[in-house]
Design a protein around this ligand. Structure first.
Ligand SMILES: C[S@@+](CC[C@H](N)C(=O)[O-])C[C@H]1O[C@@H](n2cnc3c(N)ncnc32)[C@H](O)[C@@H]1O
Length: 211
């Protein structure tokens, strides 16, 4: 087996500082989110944010969808990777949480790119139409297979779907680990329509390239 460096909090901070450090707006968004207490644990990590921006730019994404927006941290990262006339559709059920994000999207000058749709994503994802370059899925984990099957047909060839929390704190390899993640990871691993790479970043981020 090759060598995998364990990423401590200090090492994570070092990597972010030497990669794409958070600016004042993203830092303040995180600080306001932290005041929510326990829900703040749902935040995407800072190194993931840099990766989201970079991947969005790398594939030249113009149209993207995010399922699970929370306080808008990952949406800020993705929208910053889009061109000025790009579009990010954000699906989330919480008006309260996403309204925090709206303030920071305005400050960052990306609000015009973001189309926030409040409601159950089980319905709103099924209503998506048109072609997408990128999708980031970070909502209810027991619905990941359905989000994958619903959104994949809308992704352009060579487009990207990203799924967060796919390692479930490392518990996916335990006998009593979360069935939803185990089933999802197995489901996409055998799917010939896509290439899959699982990254040990944050709580596990799976990259799915549509062939
Ligand atoms: C892990 S958080 C998203 C974190 C966000 N991507 C970030 O970077 O901070 C999950 C979000 O999914 C939303 N959510 C969960 N189930 C949902 C559903 N069925 N429809 C819409 N939103 C849902 C929650 O309201 C919550 O804001």
């Amino acid at each position: 087996m090759g060598h995998q460096v364990p990423v401590t909090e200090e090492l994570h901070d070092y990597m972010v500082a030497h990669g794409m450090p958070l600016d004042e707006i993203a830092t303040e968004l995180r600080a306001e989110t932290e005041k929510l207490g326990n829900p703040a644990g749902m935040l995407t990590t800072a190194d993931q944010a840099g990766l989201l921006t970079m991947l969005t730019r790398l594939i030249g994404a113009r149209r993207a969808v995010e399922i699970g927006t929370f306080t808008g941290f990952s949406a800020l990262a993705i929208s910053r990777g889009l061109p000025d006339d790009g579009e990010l559709i954000c699906l989330d059920v919480s008006d309260e949480w996403t309204s925090i994000g709206r303030k920071y999207w305005e400050r960052a000058g990306v609000a015009d790119k973001i189309d926030l749709r409040i409601g159950d994503a089980h319905d709103s994802a099924a209503k998506l139409d048109g072609e997408f370059d990128l999708a980031f899925v970070d909502a209810d984990k027991d619905w990941y297979i359905k989000y994958f099957e619903t959104v994949l047909p809308l992704i352009r060839p060579n487009g990207l779907m990203l799924f967060d929390n796919t390692l479930a704190g490392g518990r996916v390899i335990e006998a009593d680990g979360p069935a939803d993640r185990k089933e999802f990871n197995a489901h996409i691993a055998q799917d010939d329509r896509v290439d899959v790479v699982m990254l040990g970043i944050g709580d596990g981020l799976t990259l799915v390239r549509k062939k």
